[in-house]
Design a protein around this ligand. Structure first.
Ligand code: GLN
Length: 488
């Protein structure tokens, strides 16, 4: 089936003429029609646009002039990325009818590479959450067990790749929102170094933490997508002008002699024993492949969550001030004056979790508490970054679990702190600005995916991809697929 192929396999079929982009696009759209009423990964399906883009790609292949490895490949996007002429909701009522007049830079780069856009994917409102239960529209289901969450906030993007509703998707990771849903859905999820991918056109949550990255079914595909979207952009002054290597070229070099650090702080009491066993087995596989492992210490890990849940809401409270009913988005009627209109609009347009973050962030930034909360959290952030810097003096890569547990049931983490605890192994990487990837590392006895997290030096995505690829090639996990619809 065309929908089972990786990007590189699909590209080979297009080049040989065995298949066309139109056939692949129709096959994906048919799967969306058949399965998405159950999974609910998509918020918007861009059927006509997809078929038109596929026809253009077919013409390029017929003329012998394809654009590159992504030409004609059907992809979909987390609905936090602006798409010109296509509704972009950010999972929120306040942007339910927002149609951006421009594309995010990452989207422009995908489209310029010939990718076919199938649609926009569900997410927690404003990317705040770990389950998609905070979507203002509906939750997405985990393809491996429909009673469980796919993770979040990029739950739609992870579920779509796992269920073969798109060849690859883009998500965003502010505090784990690519890696955690990738772990829960058994896909590859790659969070680049802060500054590697332009944030222009990414609806901001926490600007000093947000990064865009791919969900794919193989590490090689992650290399292809990352290579397409990465690189400096004049529209984002925090994007960094360092060369983007050919990530695929280096993949097969192996990991003989690579030094991998194992942080004791990432194997904690109370974590799911099956996750610990799975990740330890993955580390043993890395050793068999020639890597040398050694213990490293990241002593400030335990303060990561507290620092993150002050810094991220503080930045969010400022970023979300723009949704006031004046410039764009929802405006609630009946306000007696301007302030009343603001209040009604924000009361109606934002969900509970967003309101909680805005209040937390506003409080943390208020004059009397600024230094005690926000200032202190920033100092902890520096200590966390220093922990990693010290570890990377001795090792090339850090290996750890992506999450302390596997996909949970709907409603099981309704209490906010319970939900936040999910992000414990993810947020330090964002606070330090480093690249991280989650790769499938087996399944529990109950058939739920486990994620291995690999963390790298800033701008050293190449070593992470090479390590993840070597691991993937030594395991069978990539071949497993969830049984859905007629496959059940
Ligand atoms: N789950 C985290 C939060 O709710 C991370 C979200 C993200 O990475 N966008 O803030």
């Amino acid at each position: 089936m065309l929908t089972d192929l990786t990007i590189s396999e699909l590209g080979a079929r297009f080049r040989s003429g065995e298949a066309t982009s139109t056939e692949a696009t129709r096959a994906y759209l048919a799967r969306v029609d058949a399965l998405d009423s159950e999974l609910r990964a998509f918020l918007t399906v861009t059927r006509e646009q997809a078929l038109a883009q596929a026809a253009d790609a077919d013409a390029r292949f017929r003329a012998g002039q394809p654009l590159g490895p992504l030409d004609g490949v059907p992809v979909a996007l987390k609905d936090v990325l602006c798409t010109r002429g296509v509704r972009t909701t950010c999972g929120s009522k306040i942007l339910e009818h927002f149609v951006p007049p421009y594309d995010a830079t990452a989207v422009t780069r995908l489209l310029d590479a010939g990718a076919v856009l199938l649609g926009k994917l569900n997410m927690d409102e404003f990317a705040m959450g770990s389950s998609t239960e905070h979507s203002a529209f509906f939750p997405t289901r985990n393809p491996w067990d429909l009673d469980r969450v796919p993770g979040g906030s990029s739950g739609g993007a992870a579920a779509a790749v796992a269920a073969r509703l798109a060849a690859a998707t883009l998500g965003t990771d502010t505090g784990g929102s690519i890696r955690q849903p990738a772990a829960f859905c058994g896909t590859v999820g790659f969070k680049p170094t802060y500054g590697r991918v332009s944030r222009y056109g990414l609806i901001a949550f926490a600007s000093s933490l947000d990064q865009i990255g791919p969900f794919t079914r193989s590490v090689e595909d992650a290399a292809l997508v990352l290579g397409t979207i990465a690189g400096v952009d004049p529209m984002d002054s925090t994007s960094v002008d360092v060369p983007v290597p050919d990530y695929r070229a280096d993949l097969a070099r192996g990991i003989e002699g690579l030094r991998i650090g194992i942080p004791a702080e990432y194997f904690i009491d109370g974590m799911d024993p099956e996750v610990e066993t799975g990740v330890r087995a993955a580390i043993a596989t890395l050793e068999r492949l020639g890597a040398r492992t050694e213990p490293v210490s990241l002593p400030h890990t335990e303060y990561g969550l507290a620092a993150y849940y002050l810094i991220a809401p503080a930045e969010a409270s400022s970023n979300l001030a723009r949704y006031d009913g004046v410039k764009y988005g929802l405006r609630s009627p009946g306000g007696k004056d301007l302030i009343d209109m603001y209040s009604r609009t924000r009361a109606a347009g934002f969900g509970d979790e967003v309101k909680r973050r805005v209040m937390l962030g506003t409080y943390a930034l208020s004059a009397g508490y600024y230094d005690a909360y926000y200032g202190q959290a920033q100092r902890v952030r520096t200590l966390l970054a220093r922990d990693f810097a010290q570890a990377f003096e001795r090792v090339d890569v850090i290996a750890a679990p992506t999450t302390p547990g596997v996909a949970f049931k709907f409603g099981e983490r309704a209490e906010p702190l319970q939900m936040y605890l999910n992000d414990i192994f993810a947020v330090p990487v964002n606070l330090a600005g480093l690249p991280g990837v989650s790769v499938p590392a087996g399944f529990t006895a109950g058939g739920l995916p486990i994620g291995l997290q690999l963390i790298g030096r800033a701008f050293d995505e190449a070593t992470l991809l090479r390590t993840a690829h070597a691991y993937e090639q030594a395991t069978e996990w990539r071949a497993r697929k969830p049984a859905l619809g007629a496959d059940r």
